[in-house]
Write a protein that binds this ligand. Structure first.
Ligand code: SF4
Ligand code: SF4
Length: 288
């Protein structure tokens, strides 16, 4: 079971929800893994202390063009969908712009002169940490200068495939890293906040998930901060509102000092246990 915790807008409390759901699941789920899919800014390890087991570096195949062997036929430049090849025959220049290259391999495939060879370029790493009781955390992390975290995210998700329950903390937004995180999900928990920005980005996330035919439910974080418009809208649209998390200073203080409120406050633990049950019920209802 893969449950992704996501939000269109950054800063809505997605990681807060993911870590608290983990904290309530760890007491009842024997086969549990949490994956930090926010590969450009992973931070789960600031809340969940684990013992590092291993790290694996992920490489991208980067084409290298030998100008001596190139006949400047232009086939590679024409075939590259990402416009990553620059070619100036008059000056004998032909090069791949690393930041634009998406590692598709088409240029070397179409080159009639075998002038293109591929080399490995490290783009990130996947680290596995033991959280105790056979629970695992997988952290995806891209290196500085890497144009897309997608391959690193996909590899991280693959590394968690053997666990019965996998919680995944998705990157913010709805671009490629988000898509890579949710495409294999059984269910997505969308975390929003009662502000106009939160509502706007929630609508975009919902539209994206509907296009992908992925089931979802919504948690309203910082309830009480704004008005009830989002909750009423969810009801009108018949979207599942899984529950609300109150806007409270003590919660913010606990979390901002690197602690998980569900582990320290019984009423917050009950709240997240209830949210977990609502998630399971909604999954069951929508799968039947
Ligand atoms: S590998 Fe693909 S994206 Fe990269 S330069 Fe070649 S054709 Fe373009
Ligand atoms: S396809 Fe090969 S020969 Fe043609 S321009 Fe590209 S590198 Fe040169």
């Amino acid at each position: 079971m893969k449950i992704v915790i996501a939000s269109g807008k950054g800063g809505t409390g997605k990681t807060f929800v993911a870590t608290n759901l983990y904290a309530v699941a760890e007491t009842s789920e024997p086969s549990l893994c949490i994956v930090d899919c926010d590969a450009e800014e992973p931070n789960l390890s600031e809340y969940l202390n684990g013992t590092l087991l291993q790290c694996e570096t992920l490489n991208q195949k980067l084409p290298l063009i030998n100008a001596e062997e190139c006949t400047f036929c232009g086939a590679c430049k024409e075939a590259c969908t990402y416009n990553a090849i620059i070619m100036i025959p008059e000056t004998g220049i032909i090069e791949v712009m690393e930041d634009l290259c998406h590692d598709c391999g088409v240029c070397s495939y179409v080159c009639p002169s075998a002038a293109i060879h591929e080399i490995d370029k490290p783009i990130g790493k996947i680290c596995s940490m033991d959280l105790g009781n056979h629970h695992r955390m997988i952290e995806t992390r891209t290196y500085l200068g890497t144009s897309s975290p997608v391959p690193v995210i996909k590899k991280g998700i693959q590394a968690a495939k053997d666990y019965a329950l996998c919680l995944m903390d998705a990157p913010p937004g709805i671009s490629c890293p988000f898509i890579a995180s949710v495409e294999s999900a059984d269910y997505v928990v969308l975390v929003t906040e009662p502000t106009p920005f939160g509502w706007n980005d929630l609508k975009l996330s919902i539209e994206t998930l509907q296009n992908m035919h992925i089931n979802f439910g919504v948690i309203i974080n910082r309830a009480g901060l704004g008005n009830n418009d989002i909750k009423e809208w969810l009801n009108e649209q018949q979207y599942t509102c899984l529950g609300e998390i109150p806007f409270r200073r003590d919660l913010a203080e606990c979390y901002s000092s690197g602690r998980i409120p569900s582990r320290e406050m019984p009423e917050i633990s009950s709240l997240f246990t209830g949210l977990m049950h609502s998630i399971y019920s909604d999954i069951k209802r929508k799968q039947s």
